[in-house]
Design a protein around this ligand. Sequence first.
Ligand code: PLP
Length: 320
Amino acid sequence: MSAFSLADVYRARRRIEGRVCRTPLVESPALSRIAGVPVHLKLETVQPTGSFKLRGATNALAGLAEEGVTRVVTASTGNHGRALAHAARSLGLEAAVCMSSLVPKNKVDAVAALGARVVIAGRSQDDAQVEALRLVREEGFAFVPPFDDPRVIAGQATIGLEILEALPDTAGIVVPLSGGGLFSGVAFAAKRIAPAVKMTGVTMARGAAMHASLAAGKPVLVDELETLADSLGGGIGLDNRHTFAMTREHIDQLVLLDEASIARGIVHAYREERLVVEGAAAVGMSAVLDRVLDEPRGPLVIIVSGCNIDIELHRRLAGA
Ligand SMILES: *Cc1c(COP(=O)(O)O)cnc(C)c1O
């Protein structure tokens, strides 16, 4: 049995309305020519914090606020940390984001600028996680995980509603895949509304935790390796409760990409689509360019999940 129903997704949509963008879905002539079917880009790059993570974080915090929670914490350094900080401010909650002393200053500053308390603890992500759990035990904070949480998943699932309302004949949706909160939510909503929709997950070959876990039949640890798709790094949690089972249930194709392919996606986005995207968000476009998707039978939607790329790295890759 699923942890939530389509009604939870519609409730998430009502909760996040006005705090999160309903994002544009735009056709890409260049990718449509290559794929032989219309290809549309779902532009989560335009969200206020530059990624779809704002949907899940806002829904989770709104739900916690309804329960009387006033303080929230997470240990993410990336898009989830920013999203939590932004959502907390918009809902009037106190937010703390725990990070290790090795996290670059620009990332610390980005979270602090959104009004969250940045707590520097230890020298690793694990140390930061320990500090977050201490705040939960000793200071009454509620922990908000980046993906393995029913309200977070329901928030990401609102993308599925928007896609099928804008393009009811969508035949396939291509989703960047890491912990699987985005994939699980979108697949859950899309397949309940349009059961024939094919769901493809795309991730990097270097350190693909969900891929290794699906192959093993249970959540497993993988070595975290440096990749251009840094927002897709990290494990799925050995105690994963929701996203592993939901991803396994709904995935029709899983694509692994090498670093050169991810770079091609970033460059294509810039030169052909006039979009600045981060590596994690480029992977769906890379998969079309590499012609590795199963033959689509109709319009394809690619979720372009975020734009938070180091601008010097982007300049080196895209040459602009
Ligand atoms: C978090 C993230 C993903 C992956 O989402 P999961 O729910 O962890 O699978 C993809 N793209 C971007 C930009 C992200 O920040």
